[in-house]
Design a protein around this ligand. Sequence first.
Ligand code: C5P
Length: 222
Amino acid sequence: FGEQPLRGRRVLVSAGPTYEDIDPVRFIGNRSSGRMGFAVAAAARDAGAEVTLVAGPVSLPTPAGVTRIDVRSARDMQEAVLKAARGSDIYIGAAAVGDYRPVDTADHKLKKTDGSPLRLELAENPDIIASLASLPDRPFLVGFAAETKELAAYAQDKMLRKGIDMIAANEVGPGRGFEVAENALQLYWRDGGAALSRMPKTELARRLVAHIAQRFLAGIGT
Ligand code: C5P
């Protein structure tokens, strides 16, 4: 970025999985490594932005110059994101937020029963990005969509349903999307889109941030 299109702007990024505790030693999580979100945070920093990164449990170093807030569950993440969203110009939701959490978290380690099935009752988690969409003075909202089929239709439907400005969609499956260093993205916004071919996530993140900056600046009439 020669010209740093996001200079003076505040960008909030969420990344990684969420963990929902079942008991003191077990949880429900997912396979998100956080790599894409961390790369997006670094790319936004390089584009000149002041970046806050809300990270679920991941084992990645904090990008230099980025303010990091560590969280565990989806509800922790929502609280941190809502707080940090005030004063943010752009929110990029790269986190793989768990859709459900156990209704109860046991205080002590669950014991095996006598061979009968163990039933876990699950409650739905809040949709973080959708909760930002209804805020007055909300940031420009960018979501991610990982799909195993019908990428375009599902992603565009998600963008409209959640009331967000832009969505970055990728196909996931064996060797694609999660836990790998490369990815491809299909971008959609209300009246257009762009395809970013398969490349390292760091480079992909830079291209994505360039598109986000362009759409954001167009939206505020710059
Ligand atoms: O999981 P889903 O496909 O709905 O995720 C699409 C987008 O919505 C992602 O940007 C994700 O971070 C966001 N999301 C969220 N809160 C949830 C579920 C998803 O912010 N509970």
